[in-house]
Design a protein around this ligand. Structure first.
Ligand code: FE
Ligand code: ZN
Ligand code: FE
Length: 181
């Protein structure tokens, strides 16, 4: 059956972000486990809790539309999670993995922010006032999470491993972005 209405598109996009949020509950847990920094761990754990609340809001919207909350695989977010897994093959130091994760988490927040902005626009066009309200609440949490991660990244103090472990020719060229402060 062909899709013909904004309402159907809205439901489709809602399923997409539901799938994304569900995948992120596990991903945030994973990143919290990988972190050795108390504040960063706290940031992931707190956003994981918020993510569970965001899932509840999405389910509530589905119910108000008389629909079952069925997730779709969110390839955008799954892709970012996959990139993180691929990065492990580089065998990064604990510190570099931490720095990478903070960046990857920011990409995720950007994706979510855009998803929620589009959903809000559609809900607004459809006159779904309650849905707009719920989606706005989640959008605000995502924006706060992004700002928090940005602050964490800018405060990130990384030592130049290449200098500590003795320089090879490749290291001496200083191609590691983290060595520049
Ligand atoms: Fe989220
Ligand atoms: Zn789809
Ligand atoms: Fe988020």
């Amino acid at each position: 059956m062909a899709m013909e209405s904004i309402e159907e598109l809205f439901e489709h996009e809602l399923k997409d972000i539901l799938g994304g949020e569900q995948a992120l509950v596990d991903a945030l847990e994973q990143m919290a486990q990988e972190s050795s920094d108390r504040d960063i761990r706290k940031a992931y754990t707190q956003h994981r809790k918020e993510t569970q609340g965001q899932i509840k809001r999405i389910e509530k919207i589905f119910r108000s539309l008389g629909q079952k909350p069925e997730p779709e695989t969110c390839l955008g977010i799954e892709g970012l999670i996959k990139e993180k897994k691929m990065f492990m093959r580089e065998k990064p130091t604990e510190e570099l993995l931490e720095f990478f994760n903070v960046g990857a988490a920011q990409k995720v927040e950007r994706y979510e922010i855009t998803s929620y902005e589009s959903l809000i626009d559609m809900a607004d066009k459809l006159g779904l006032t309650d849905a707009v309200q719920l989606l706005e609440e989640s959008l605000q949490e995502e924006e706060a999470a992004l700002n928090k991660l940005k602050a964490i990244a800018s405060e990130f103090d990384v030592t130049d491993e290449t200098e500590q472990v003795g320089e090879t020719e490749e290291d001496a060229e200083g191609q590691h972005a983290t060595s520049r402060r």
